[in-house]
Design a protein around this ligand. Structure first.
Ligand SMILES: NC(=O)c1ccc[n+]([C@@H]2O[C@H](COP(=O)([O-])OP(=O)(O)OC[C@H]3O[C@@H](n4cnc5c(N)ncnc54)[C@H](OP(=O)(O)O)[C@@H]3O)[C@@H](O)[C@H]2O)c1
Length: 232
């Protein structure tokens, strides 16, 4: 990975996104760009034009991308005061749409515009924060219908894009990453004391280790914060 190339974080205002930017700095990455809904240019995942314009902003810099780290996502909505569904009786079309718009469709559009910009001279990585609860095989408790389904669909986009990417760029890697349970606005209402809860800094340290250890054989995988593989 060429640390002089651009390391782009999308969702740079989030707990994990922001901590990862700091961790990249500590690890000698020289060209870190953090984009979010409030940056210039901004990225609003529900507006494809902002994603296209942000990709042009990066493309115009003429330095290739060594990393695109998608740290965006939602689990509950403060705007509409909605929490993840405990029962199928709570399934709500608008909440379901919101989960898919932000957790699935947005990241898929990030793939559309940013995968072509990945460096093809040295190792480059597109990593999207998914969630272990998006694993169908690992689903033991049920609940959280929209979040689980939107992350499972995100995982399918990651896998599918990795297959095409492998044909177009031999040095590029595309993966889904589970950050662990991490203190943030997203997880605050659900943190249980019996779970191993990481600070965003701990999680970012672990995630960067995973990213740095990836090789092209790992493309299309779903990785836990400790580097182990999570079943789809
Ligand atoms: N925390 C955990 O325990 C945990 C566990 C498993 C998976 N994850 C995954 O990790 C990722 C990051 O979570 P986090 O804990 O760091 O949460 P967070 O602090 O709430 O950060 C979420 C980020 O997503 C951005 N975002 C939300 N809606 C957006 C939209 N419409 N357009 C563009 N950006 C948008 C937010 O931007 P604004 O600042 O503009 O709102 C923020 O930067 C998520 O995908 C989450 O599912 C987290």
């Amino acid at each position: 990975m060429n640390k002089s190339n651009i390391a782009l974080i999308i969702g740079g205002t989030g707990a994990i996104g922001n901590a990862l930017a700091e961790e990249l700095k500590q690890n000698g990455f020289l060209n870190i760009v953090q984009l979010s809904r409030s940056s210039h240019p901004n990225i609003e995942l529900t507006n494809e034009n902002t994603i296209r314009d942000a990709s042009l902003f990066i493309k115009n810099k003429t330095t290739p991308l060594c990393l695109v780290f998608d740290a965006t996502g939602i689990l509950h909505s403060e705007e509409s005061n909605q929490m993840p569904e405990k029962t199928y009786k709570n399934i709500d079309i608008n909440f379901m749409k919101k989960n898919f718009e932000i957790n699935t469709f947005g990241p898929a559009l990030l793939m559309k515009y940013f995968l072509p910009l990945l460096d093809s001279e040295t190792k480059s990585v597109f990593a999207s924060l998914s969630a272990k609860v998006g694993s169908i095989e690992d689903n033991k408790y049920g609940g959280w219908y929209s979040y689980r389904a939107s992350k499972a669909a995100l995982n399918q986009f990651i896998k599918t894009a990795s297959i095409e990417l492998a044909m177009k760029n031999k040095k590029a890697i595309c993966v889904a990453v589970h950050p662990g349970t991490v203190t943030s606005n997203l997880s605050k209402p659900f943190q249980k004391t019996d779970l191993k809860i990481q600070s965003p800094q701990e999680s970012a340290k672990n995630i960067l280790k995973v990213i740095l250890n990836l090789n092209v054989q790992n493309t299309g995988g779903f990785y836990n914060w400790d580097g182990s593989t999570i079943p789809w």
